[in-house]
Design a protein around this ligand. Structure first.
Ligand SMILES: [Zn+2]
Length: 289
């Protein structure tokens, strides 16, 4: 296990406050090497990957957690996902010249930020994250305090080669003195981006909280992984409709190629594949049972 791609939980035993630190190194590289992104997008996508891994450790789900920012300007989409097995992937879609700005909120014109839980079985749940603060971390803190009534601190950092994050949060459904939260969140606010990226977890927590009773759990490994498959592509193709697909096959020399934008895997479908796709109605009722 690479110690540099990890999620590690923290507990402040006497204060009913929990925390998580996550670090992405080779998983960050794996996401970035599949597409060429400008530095500002590498940085933001890195922060989103760190954020989604932090949140995956605080929310209960069996499936995928997806953090997605959409805009109507040149940054169309940034998406970061983490599964309950701690497998991450991410993607950015850009169109035209990027605006000359570095801030999260300015990159997304008429932006929309959403947090989605896509369970392995059952209904998706989507929460809309207000995009009213200048940074991704501040928008997410806002979301947790408004929607979940959980005071939360989130620190995110990315230097273009690695990403890291720390989340602290009042434990749900516990008695918590505001004093403990004020003190611990104040200490967390003294953490610099450089410290978050360069210190190891023990040294970082000692630097911030050496006067607190702070327990660090065993780290869990994070890795890049894409769960795309030919079956998932088939489901997407079913939405297009058979007639249109057959026409596309004719125009494109006998096959349709579908490439996964997360991992660049290419899936090829020929006429026979398309003819044997179940009609959409059947596909729908299949997924209901
Ligand atoms: Zn893929």
């Amino acid at each position: 296990m690479s110690s540099s791609d990890t999620i590690q939980r923290i507990l402040f035993e006497e204060a009913n406050i929990r925390g998580v630190v996550s670090r992405l190194n080779s998983s960050f590289t794996a996401v970035m090497e599949r597409n060429e992104y400008p530095p500002v997008i590498r940085q933001l996508l890195g922060e989103m990957l760190a954020a989604v891994t932090l949140m995956s450790a605080t929310l209960k789900f069996d499936g995928r957690l997806i953090l997605q920012a959409q805009g109507e300007g040149s940054v169309r989409l940034l998406m970061a996902e983490c599964s309950h097995h701690h497998q991450v992937r991410g993607i950015a879609r850009l169109e035209g010249e990027l605006p000359n700005t570095q801030t999260f909120i300015d990159l997304f014109q008429s932006g929309r930020l959403a947090l989605t839980i896509e369970p392995s079985k059952g209904q998706r749940y989507q929460g809309v994250v207000p995009m009213e603060s200048g940074s991704l971390a501040a928008c997410l803190e806002d979301y947790f305090s408004r929607s979940e009534q959980l005071p939360t601190r989130i620190k995110l950092a990315c230097d273009g080669r690695q990403a890291a994050g720390m989340l602290l949060q009042v434990l749900p459904a516990t008695e918590n003195s505001g004093e403990d939260w004020t003190r611990i969140s104040f200490l967390a606010d003294t953490l610099t981006t450089e410290e978050l990226l360069s210190l190891d977890n023990e040294a970082m927590l000692y630097r911030l909280f050496h006067e607190e009773k702070c327990r660090l759990y065993e780290p869990q490994a994070l890795e890049f992984s894409c769960d795309c498959s030919k079956e998932r592509c088939e489901k997407a193709l079913q939405l297009v409709g058979q007639e249109e697909l057959l026409q596309a096959i004719q125009e494109q020399g006998g096959v349709i190629k579908v490439d996964c934008q997360f991992c660049n895997q290419i899936y090829v479908f020929d006429r026979q594949d398309i003819l044997s796709l179940a009609p959409l109605e059947n596909a729908k009722s299949k997924t209901l049972h």
